[in-house]
Design a binder for this molecule. Structure first.
Ligand code: 26V
Length: 809
């Protein structure tokens, strides 16, 4: 433990010498980062052990959050700040000649997630620990995280993200806690004492080795665990040779195929693709995780297996870890010898589930045959669950064949993972009010009818510690200076800022902070993109994964339109704008990649046209990631949240922007609706179709995109531009986009919402000129952002779903 600077400096120098064989004068910034990381991890280790002991000794109920993704980003700043070490370390390093912010830049993001779902899991871990709640993460230690995006000639190229190239300072490998996961083979049934026994034979064993990462609570003694599993081959590989199965080269192939299980994160977050390796990943995670939880549970303090639901809550983040249901059943039936009824009762009272999307193309459905081959015993259990459940449906809805086959877990030779999740869990939640309503009324209507008590809403949140306190220190200090520091532990108290919304002195200081942050971002953009941007322009930002429903296309179409207007009248009095984009497209998502190319082509044309200089700039920031988001959010004026209404389950970027004083330009979709409810319609720019109108247009089939093209000259000019030679890439490049809108009738209503979007932009232009009004809006947004802290969300999960309580201090 460091309590003084001297003590820290002493320890630091000593570690630098013993571990890296260097003196302070010889140390590189990277040496400093690694040394510091080791010291900080060791510093928290006592609390880590104590926390674990506390949970065990008090037999606390603990929640395990199972997720295929944890988008942790960097941890150094969070860990130092949460451990309460920032001042000591910052000053000590300064005295030794190093700058802490530069040290932070050395850390490679842990990019073990695609986007919203994975980042949500990371925010939840921070809130669990910060609220002293017994909750841990359970995930996969992918060798490669989400790919690194390079923009080459305007196109996205993907490079592997080898984030483990240098040792990861936060993890602790725990080989003694390894688990064995079985794949393939067949199941032998044997009658023993009038009971059927199921024995898996001739299977392949994969060794799951856990790497634990401490999750440090904010200035409290709680340190929870994120356990990430890595796949290795077992020492029983010896059998490989003796069983005459193959030669040395085959053995190496086999070994690699096993290690591949934790090889990489699947980069597609929008369309389900039944790849066997992904199925292996899913079972690997849940089998290793579940076995290890039960081993711990039964370990030191002999617990009664029937107490599982009182002591363990298992939460599954979307359907990806849903195989934990049959896995828990398997262990209870085959290893613990429970009856089906007993095992099912325990399982149903232990598992809860969050749905994160209504997009039907993202719903997981695994082919029966694949599951049968890979997981023969799990397959049998799923079949049995389905059979018993269908009988229940039959009792409830006699002779309603259609309904029953629609609701079944197995159908069309596939296993419908969402159905399995709903049937086997005691709680099913959506991630924003509108999303939960859509689940209840539409997507999961039949299930809501059958199990109304299971459905509930938990609106998403973000950790205000990372997304305000850490990334926007100037704003955080200003807030503390103005309303005191209670907001840090009680983010809802940010509402005290409302009374300063119109205070000119406060406004001026908020404006200065924003300007400083914009200058920092402008510098980064100059370095990265070699584009000079005007810090007096409105920074209008859309950063998120590229997807048709998120409608980056609507944004760039509007930019093209503005460009047309300015070319025609270069002296037009407009508020200067910088449109900033960022985001990755799934490598196989052709359409999304075309949109990236389009944005970059428009940027090339616009940024090089002297007629619009200083009035319009377009920037695509490469490799949008957690650490890049941390630099963008504090500098944004406008937050673009423009998905087709009903399509974005919640969104969480919207909350990060708001917390940093950006004003939302958005549709009434996802959590935008709740942001609108809190800030009021005068503090947000809402446009476009509403969810019910969108759904109606789909059912009526009455929308005709071409009519808009024919009747709105602005739209026509924009679309025709795509087929002209003016954009780099020429006519053929953007043909697919053009046809998706006109021939395929614009599935996401880009043209339909264009007019209303352009009008909202017009209003932004006018409002920004009135800085007092703008700043009052901005402050009002910050003031209401506390409701979107993940502390609130986690508190709701803890009491309404998991039944866990905070550790008594
Ligand atoms: C889906 C799939 C589909 C199968 C292949 C692999 C894969 C990997 C990830 C996903 C996740 C899609 C769901 C998702 O990310 N939903 C987002 O969740 C956020 C947190 O709740 C929410 O804010 C976003 O609105 C929602 O799109």
């Amino acid at each position: 433990m460091f309590i003084s600077k001297n003590e820290f400096k002493q320890a630091f120098k000593c570690r630098l010498e013993t571990k890296f064989g260097k003196t302070i004068n010889e140390a590189t910034i990277n040496d400093v980062y690694k040394t510091l990381g080791q010291l900080v991890r060791e510093h928290v280790s006592k609390n880590w052990i104590d926390t674990t002991h506390y949970y065990q000794e008090n037999k606390e109920k603990q929640v395990y959050y199972f997720s295929m993704e944890f988008l942790m980003g960097r941890l150094m700043q969070t860990n130092i700040d949460n451990a309460g070490l920032t001042n000591i370390i910052k000053e000590s390093l300064e005295e030794l000649g190093f700058n802490l912010d530069e040290v932070f830049e050395q850390e490679h993001d842990a990019g073990l997630g695609n986007g919203g779902l994975g980042r949500l899991a990371a925010c939840f871990l921070d809130s669990l620990a910060s609220l002293n709640l017994p909750g841990h993460g359970c995930g996969i230690r992918y060798k490669y995280g989400l790919f690194e995006q390079k923009i080459i000639n305007g196109y996205q190229a993907e490079l592997p993200d080898y984030w483990l190239q240098e040792d990861y300072v936060w993890e602790v490998r725990r080989p003694d806690r390894s688990m064995e996961v079985k794949f393939g083979g067949y199941v032998e049934m044997k009658e023993v004492d009038h009971k059927l026994e199921f024995i898996q034979k001739n299977y392949d064993t994969v060794l799951a080795v856990p790497y634990d990462v401490p999750v440090v609570g904010y200035q409290n003694p709680t340190v929870n665990t994120l356990r990430l599993w890595s796949a290795e081959s077992t020492k029983n590989d010896f059998n490989f040779f003796t069983s005459n199965r193959s030669d040395y080269y085959h053995f190496l192939d086999y070994k690699r195929s096993i290690e591949d299980i934790s090889g990489f994160l699947y980069p597609d977050d929008s369309t389900y693709d039944g790849k066997i390796l992904r199925l292996k990943q899913q079972y690997f995670l849940v089998s290793a995780g579940m076995q290890s939880i039960l081993k711990q549970f039964k370990g030191k303090y002999t617990e009664n297996i029937f107490d599982i639901p009182e002591k363990i809550a298992i939460h599954i983040n979307d359907t990806h870890p849903v195989l934990i249901i049959p896995e828990l059943m398997r262990i209870l039936l085959d290893e613990e010898g429970l009856s089906w009824e007993e095992a099912w009762d325990i399982t149903q009272r232990t598992i809860s589930f969050t749905n994160h999307t209504t997009l039907s193309e993202a719903l997981e459905k695994w082919p029966l045959e694949m599951v049968k081959q890979l997981l023969p015993r799990i397959y049998m259990i799923i079949e049995e669950i389905n059979e018993r459940y269908c009988r229940e449906l039959w009792n409830q809805y006699p002779y309603e064949w259609d309904r029953i086959s629609k609701m079944a877990i197995i159908g069309n030779n596939e296993i419908r993972m969402a159905h399995l999740a709903i049937v086997a869990s005691y709680s099913v939640n959506g991630v924003a009010k509108i999303h939960t309503e859509i689940l209840k009324k539409k997507e999961m209507k039949d299930f809501y009818h059958l199990y109304p008590h299971k459905f509930n809403n938990k609106t998403n949140g973000i950790t205000h510690r990372r997304w305000l306190l850490n990334i926007n220190p100037e704003l955080a200090s200003l807030i503390t200076e103005t309303i005191g520091s209670r907001w840090i532990a009680h983010p809802k108290e940010l509402t005290s800022l409302i009374k300063y919304a119109k205070d000119l002195g406060f406004q001026e200081r908020v404006a200065q902070v924003k300007r400083n942050n914009k200058e920092k971002l402008a510098k980064i953009i100059k370095e990265k993109n070699n584009i000079s941007i005007n810090v007096d322009s409105i920074f209008d930002v859309q950063v998120k994964r590229l997807h048709a429903y998120k409608r980056q296309l609507l944004n760039i179409f509007h930019v093209i339109h503005l460009y047309h207007v300015l070319c025609e009248n270069p002296n037009l009095d407009v508020t200067p704008r910088t449109f900033i984009f960022g985001g990755k497209a799934a490598p196989g998502y052709h359409f999304a990649k075309k949109i990236i190319k389009l944005i970059n082509s428009v940027a090339t044309v616009v940024n090089n046209d002297t007629r619009v200089q200083d009035k319009l700039k377009v920037v695509f920031i490469e490799n949008y990631s957690v650490s890049m988001a941390e630099k963008i959010m504090p500098a944004a004026d406008v937050s673009e949240q423009i998905s087709t209404a009903s399509k974005e389950a919640s969104g969480t970027g919207n909350m990060k922007f708001m917390m940093n004083g950006a004003i939302t330009l958005g549709t009434l979709d996802g959590a935008n609706i709740e942001i609108n409810d809190f800030v009021g319609k005068d503090n947000i720019f809402i446009f476009g179709l509403k969810a019910d109108e969108v759904l109606q247009l789909y059912t009526q089939n009455s929308y005709k995109a071409r009519d808009i093209y024919n009747n709105d000259y602005r739209v026509k000019n924009v679309l025709d531009e795509l087929m002209s030679h003016k954009l780099p890439g020429g006519e053929s490049e953007f043909r697919d986009i053009y046809y998706s809108i006109l021939t395929n009738n614009d599935e996401y209503f880009v043209l339909k919402d264009f007019d209303s979007y352009a009008e909202a932009h017009e209003l932004i232009d006018q409002t920004y000129r009135d800085q007092q009004k703008w700043l009052s809006m901005s402050i009002t947004n910050i003031a209401h952002s506390g409701k979107f802290s993940s502390d609130r969300t986690i508190q709701e999960y803890a009491t309404d779903i998991w039944g866990i309580r905070p550790r008594l201090l």
